[in-house]
Design a binder for this molecule. Structure first.
Ligand SMILES: C[S@@+](CC[C@H](N)C(=O)[O-])C[C@H]1O[C@@H](n2cnc3c(N)ncnc32)[C@H](O)[C@@H]1O
Length: 371
């Protein structure tokens, strides 16, 4: 790797280290970025700035770990073509819904029609799986299943599936302070740290279904006003194995990190409700795999393999831009194995404020090219 880390390191980039005042939550979760919660995404403003710095105007970007689709959505806003790959089918559904062009009139008519029929008691609740029975109160479950049966009657079934999943997430039998990683269903009333009083687990889903349907209409309409007419492609698959539809002008991505998050498990309710394919065994760095020596070695090999095939798809002079909190210092080896040379590395200060994971930390932006 030509220059050493020390020579390349260019320190804290204050322009990428926004405070809450500079960049309030409603900006970070603008339009479709808040269609459904997703743990482990990066913020759209960071992606916009990385495009400005490292992707030519009118270019084509690839994200091999596309997650909830932040790169793809921002590519549409910035006037770039994009391709996103993810191993988790729910993430691909979410990306599709965020990025597909919709006719706002048809969308609104259909979604309001579902709400009207739902309010009249239409729809049929099918027999639930044991997981659904355990995680939802009987009335909430009946409402979710009835909504699901109505959703299949429309052109925008996928949009309604995302609404359904979001409502299900909120209606699970969990405590208010443990929506991210609930371990067991919360059946009884409990002392709530968030609200400082006794709270009860949710019993209905109806109000969430209504609220999120209306919110989704507004968010998709807001995005339709700012998106540009560019190509976007979502691919469900393992980025180590796919034949990539190159060429690309840049790769912009935030890979999974070892032992931190289970990307399938965090949306288990959606897999159960929507009957989606589960490919968790191919997730790189899943929390379930832990951080043993063998797990870290498999992680290094997996990310290097994926980045190596991305590098093969790059146009001459194209850059690979990776956002990562590399506290185990794995990326020098990963880049080398992927046939990449580090050109620039800057750091940004991340302000985390929410939930039990609150605290502050730094993440790096690594900019590499083919060796
Ligand atoms: C850190 S997240 C990316 C988040 C994304 N930047 C965003 O803003 O939503 C990493 C993603 O890599 C995906 N992933 C893990 N292993 C993969 C594999 N073998 N092939 C493709 N995607 C994979 C996970 O499902 C997860 O969605």
């Amino acid at each position: 790797m030509g220059a050493t880390q020390e020579q390349i390191y260019s320190g804290l980039d204050v322009d990428l280290s926004w405070s809450e005042g500079d960049l309030p939550e409603r900006e970070r979760t603008k339009h479709v970025h808040r269609l459904h919660p997703y743990l482990g995404k990066y913020i759209p403003q960071l992606v916009e700035e990385l495009f400005r710095r490292h992707v030519p105007a009118d270019g084509r970007v690839l994200d091999p770990f596309a997650g909830s689709g932040t790169t793809l959505v921002q590519a549409l806003e910035s006037g770039l073509d994009s391709v996103g790959i993810d191993i988790a089918s729910f993430n691909c559904l979410l990306m599709d819904v965020k990025t597909r062009e919709v006719n706002p009139f048809v969308l609104e008519r259909e979604l309001r029609d579902v709400l009207a029929r739902f309010a009249r008691g239409e729809g049929v609740a099918a027999v639930p799986t044991p997981f659904l029975e355990a995680w939802f109160a009987p009335v909430a479950l009946e409402e979710l299943l009835r909504f699901r049966s109505l959703a299949t009657d429309y052109e925008h079934t996928d949009v309604l599936s995302v609404v359904l999943a979001r409502a299900a997430r909120s209606a699970r039998r969990t405590s208010h302070f443990d929506l991210d990683f609930p371990q067991t269903p919360q059946i009884e009333p409990y002392w709530c740290y968030k609200h400082r009083r006794e709270c009860r687990p949710v019993e209905r889903a109806e109000h969430f279904l209504r609220r999120y349907t209306l919110d989704t209409i507004e968010r998709l309409k807001a995005f339709a006003r700012v998106r540009q007419a560019r190509e976007v492609r979502v691919i469900h698959g393992d980025s180590r194995e796919l034949e990539l539809p190159g060429p690309f002008d840049a790769v912009v991505t935030s890979p999974p990190y070892p032992g931190l998050i289970d990307y399938h498990e965090q949306h288990r309710y959606a897999y159960e409700l929507l009957g989606l394919t589960d490919r968790r065994a191919s997730e790189i760095g899943a929390a379930e795999q832990g951080t043993s020596k063998a797990a870290i070695a498999a992680y290094v090999q997996g990310i290097a393999g994926a980045l190596n095939s991305c590098a093969d798809g790059l146009r001459l002079g194209g850059r690979v831009v990776i956002v990562v909190n590399d506290r185990r210092d794995l990326y020098p080896e990963i880049l080398e194995r992927a046939g990449l040379v580090l050109e620039q590395r800057y750091s940004r200060h991340v302000n985390r404020r929410t939930g039990r994971r609150s605290g502050e930390y730094f993440e790096d932006v690594l900019v590499a090219r083919r060796s």
